[in-house]
Design a protein around this ligand. Structure first.
Ligand code: ZN
Length: 293
């Protein structure tokens, strides 16, 4: 079957608007997830996270305010447009602060910050002034229950980082997973902290969970779409293809260079972010197969 992203390019060409007529995408946008009563996606630029509104308060995730000094307050203000219920929790998806900087506004609003234990250890070492430490941590699983809504937080092992949580809303059958499973785009910078062998196992665990739709930490392509289990399967296939290609190059003595400069993973050439992301993907697998790291 033709991959969705090839269709996307054709569609974009077909609906090209006259010069000057393009819609400008607002920097900040909040939308309700279709088919739910209380799950929202908050987007700031090219980052996004979810929040859930219940009669007893709000569960928010990832402030996404790095280099956006008002980003945390902007997010709280967006929540306030939807509800005046107290913000009870702020969950960090992982410790990379391009997603979690800006929590102060949530703490000031009374939220308790929840994260994986390793996220707190990392953040304590990094001491980023805009990223408050979690108030509550756990190792394997924790379920938040608020006003009739459950949000299950699971650590499925090492993958995109050593602190990534899978957030699952069992009733809504929705997952929020950040950076591990790009939706409709080639991997890239996200490989910097990646654990390649363990990540395969994590993705298989995610496939085995009970859910229908996945909200990614960066808007899905095309048209902000949500992911499905097919996207997880596609990501496993992509990483396997990259891994096998680089393994052969590494055993031919081509890592780090010239593989990082030249090696192509041909079947993904037309995928969004391929040109930018390819060197990061090759470098990570050169580390694995060329060095054992
Ligand atoms: Zn990350």
């Amino acid at each position: 079957m033709k991959p969705a992203w090839l269709g996307a390019a054709a569609l974009a060409a077909a609906i090209a608007l006259p010069a000057g007529a393009q819609q400008v995408r607002p920097q900040i946008e909040t939308r309700k997830v279709e088919g739910t009563e209380n799950v929202y996606i908050f987007r700031n630029g090219n980052h996004q996270s979810i929040f859930v509104v219940t009669p007893a308060g709000v569960i928010a995730t990832d402030p996404i305010a790095l280099a956006r000094p008002t980003g945390g307050a902007d997010y709280v203000a967006e929540i306030r447009k939807v509800t005046d219920k107290p913000i009870k929790y702020l969950v960090y998806s992982h410790h990379h602060y391009d997603h979690i900087a800006g929590g102060k506004a949530f703490k000031d609003a009374g939220a308790k910050i929840v994260a994986h234990r390793r996220a707190k250890e990392r953040l304590a070492q990094l001491a980023d002034p805009t990223t408050p430490l979690p108030d509550e941590v756990f190792d394997d699983q924790r379920t938040l229950e608020l006003g009739g809504t459950k949000m299950e937080l699971t650590f499925v092992g090492l993958n995109h980082s050593d602190s990534t949580l899978v957030m699952r809303l069992p009733k809504e059958r929705i997952l929020f997973v950040v950076d591990l499973i790009p939706v409709g785009a080639f991997s890239g910078l996200g490989m910097i902290d990646y654990y390649p062998l363990e990540a395969f196992n994590s993705m298989k665990r995610i496939l085995a969970m009970d859910w229908d739709r996945l909200v990614p930490g960066h808007p899905g392509l095309p048209a902000d779409r949500l992911g499905t289990k097919k996207d997880v399967e596609d990501q496993i296939a992509l990483q396997e293809a990259a891994s096998e290609k680089v393994k052969a190059a590494a055993r031919d003595g081509k890592c780090w260079q010239p593989a990082e400069n030249e090696l192509q993973i041909d079947q993904y050439k037309d995928m969004p972010n391929y040109a930018n992301g390819r060197p990061y993907v090759v470098r990570r697998y050169c580390g694995l197969w060329g060095r054992g790291t």
